[in-house]
Design a protein around this ligand. Sequence first.
Ligand code: C5P
Length: 232
Amino acid sequence: MGKDVIIACDFSSREDTLAFLDKFEGRKPFVKIGMELYYAEGPAIVRDIKARGHKIFLDLKLHDIPNTVKKAMAVLSRLDVDMTNLHAAGTKAMMEAAIEGLTKPDGSRPMLIAVTQLTSTDEERMHNELLIQGAMPEVVMHYAQNAAAAGLDGVVCSPLEAGVVHEKCGKNFVTVTPGVRFADGDIGDQKRVMTPAEAKKIGSDYIVVGRPITAAEDPVAAYERCVAEFVD
Ligand code: C5P
């Protein structure tokens, strides 16, 4: 499993996204397409970016009954992305159905990653609104173990959790970690952050980096800096 930097392309249009990717000229970074861009532009944007030679993490966080998720994953599978995801809260049955839907006739499929608890959900709300008891790290780890048991490839988690996830779910269970900032950069609305170098040290497999690259004066230099700190 190669370590890589995934750029969160949180743009609202095809035009802005392609103008951003044009800056990279010969380089083909791994990109994350989220709900905003996908719902604005539809599957065509995935095909366009794929045709330009980028790897794609399609971040749509599916969560529905197993049969619906299976069928939706079968459709997404035809887009030939490299990684996609769902909510572990949908249960092991839903995750297993997702794998079935995603698997192509030749047995291959994109990597499938689970969201455990969203980082926007704090422990108090999880207890009082969702009625999920237990400490947050325990709940996150339990969901990660469910994902592993269902046959998923990994989880999205804070870089701070990546080490423990590897301890509990095995070193081949992939950790995809957002919340990455340069030591001398703006934190923005992220609460718990790590530098690319720290994320590497703790064992993240992929870092997802948005604004430190997309809002940089020189996005290509910012990307190269992430790669130098995290991969090289
Ligand atoms: O701009 P920034 O580097 O904060 O972007 C991080 C990306 O990772 C965004 O696309 C955000 O939606 C996503 N993400 C996150 N925290 C999570 C899950 C996803 O920041 N727990």
